[in-house]
Design a protein around this ligand. Structure first.
Ligand SMILES: Nc1ncnc2c1ncn2[C@@H]1O[C@H](COP(=O)(O)OP(=O)(O)OP(=O)(O)O)[C@@H](O)[C@H]1O
Ligand SMILES: [Mg+2]
Length: 138
């Protein structure tokens, strides 16, 4: 990835949650945000200010009510779920607060899993890479 490249770009992103047909919450209103490669971004704000909503939209787990979401130069705003799961597998990493690890698998197997799903690694290659990655973070 080139440095300075835009990896996340939100253009006028809004999210409205409907509680009933006439009652709604505007969680995000016209958010414009660019994050470039090698940047570390921290999103802060009081409870209910829309951080989780924003993260879910940036992570393609949820769609905005309006606006555009561009990740790695690809407009993912209206892409269907079948393609999005592949997109997430290949381009996004998530560390959830609740981890969401597969409890039947070991730590090593959890790290290997996405590599095996891409079909780009043999089991031995994935195991080796997973060991290196786990060593890196202790
Ligand atoms: N699924 C939903 N349905 C209806 N309203 C929602 C939904 N999810 C979030 N909201 C509302 O949208 C607003 C933003 O919520 P969000 O969870 O994104 O905030 P947050 O900054 O992550 O808060 P916290 O710091 O408590 O995690 C809040 O008013 C919340 O009540
Ligand atoms: Mg939250």
């Amino acid at each position: 990835m080139r440095s300075n490249e835009e990896v996340v770009k939100l253009v006028n992103v809004s999210k409205r949650y409907y509680l009933s047909s006439s009652v709604y919450v505007d969680a995000l209103i016209n958010v414009n945000l660019t994050i470039r490669s090698r940047e570390i971004a921290i999103i802060m704000g009081p409870s209910g200010s829309g951080k989780t909503t924003l993260m879910n939209i940036m992570g393609t787990l949820d769609k905005p009510t309006s606006g555009q979401v561009i990740i790695d130069g690809i407009d993912v705003t209206n892409i269907d779920e079948k393609y999005l799961s592949k997109f997430r597998l290949e381009r996004l990493g998530f560390v959830f607060q609740q981890y969401n690890l597969v409890s039947q698998l070991t730590a090593l197997e959890n790290v290997m899993l996405p590599m095996l799903l891409t079909g780009r690694y043999t089991k031995d290659e994935a195991r080796e890479k997973a060991r290196l990655l786990l060593d890196l973070v202790g």
